[in-house]
Ligand binder design. Sequence first.
Ligand code: SF4
Length: 444
Amino acid sequence: MKITLIKPRIGKREKSEYIEEGRMEPLQLAVLAGMLPEGTGVTFFDDRFENIDYDRETDLVVLTVETFTAKRSYEISREYKKRGIPVVMGGMHPTLLSEEVACHADVICTGDAESIWPALIKDFQHGRLKPVYRGTTGIPQKGILPDRSIFNGKWYLPISLIQFSRGCNSTCRFCATNAYFERKHHVRPDEEVLYEIQTLPHKLVFFVDDNFTANPERAKSFLKKLIPLKIKWVTQISINAANDPELVSLLARSGCLGFVAGLESIQRKNLVSMGKNVNLLEFNKFKPQIERLKDHGLSLWAAFTLGHDHDTITSIEDTISYALHWKFAFAAFNVITPYPNTRLYERLKSENRLLFDGKWWLHPDYRFNHATYIPKHMSPGALTEIGMRARVVYNKPLVVLKRLLNHRTGINALSVLWLLFKYNPVFRKEMYKRHGIILGKEGV
Ligand code: SF4
């Protein structure tokens, strides 16, 4: 049995290809590879930087599909279908929008792959593939070690991806994770995670959890066990974790260098309207939380979403000044994206505010980073423009340099400082390259 695994690209630039340089290993495909029966021939194409050899011999093609890569996934599927090869699609987008995806794949998988992948492979071997495999969400990778050998010979950032947990129990209305996991958070057994860490190829580890500390007590007990391993790591956390001094101390002692946290907005009324209640605890524009993290030498990679109903051009300008003031190691300024089947999407749809016929991910006129709905206090074009301006201002070389050299940025290891110096130009380049990408590769 020969299986081809594919990670699709987002799309292309107006006049050239888009090759993603700041790419990381797609862990989910290594998990699938790790669950295949012995003797399976596995080919892996990372469409983000290499051409797919559609004529390479294979029996089954499997794509992991996100909303941003849906259009490209459908193009890839067409090529394989022409050759009579069955195509399986799974991931976030097929789970949120299975009817659409079913029109482009022979088989769709919803929910976590772990719960259905073995049955699907068995059915395939017996020639009885079903059109739909509905998986559940639950504890990730139970007893499964990802097969990272599929990445051999390909270039990725020197950081190993792993997961401690999956999902999130918070209430944010714009969040696709929230819609996918129905507000549940699932944690792996500590021993399995600790064992997997010992097998990782890189010294720097990224826990790709949706919200690492969604269950603070479980996180604390794991962090205590992580301390002796002396690794350096980063993750994604909601900022309320910084309200808990014990948790912050354990994060720092266990080798955490910093984390991405969705601050989203510095306006309370925006946080209320988006349902991000975790950010409202002890809310003072995150001052106490940021100071506590800085006191522990933890760097914060702050993520803001722009274009909420209470946002104005002035409030977004204030957000940029705020980020510059706090000197976050990184800051992301994302125009809010209404993902299908989220509560935000449904509300904007009911208010007739969605652009691109409500399906921006398939529309030929949509461009990456552009507004996909009509904001309340500015035009879609103005929102797109200020989003880009925020990124440009925050990433000016001199601004970055000052930030990296400021001890309160929270970069507490020379190796990390070196990595940031090395990769900041890459991320800066990516920022310009990604803006305005056309989804899909075949053009409009
Ligand atoms: S805290 Fe983060 S992961 Fe959790 S629901 Fe909100 S945005 Fe999603």
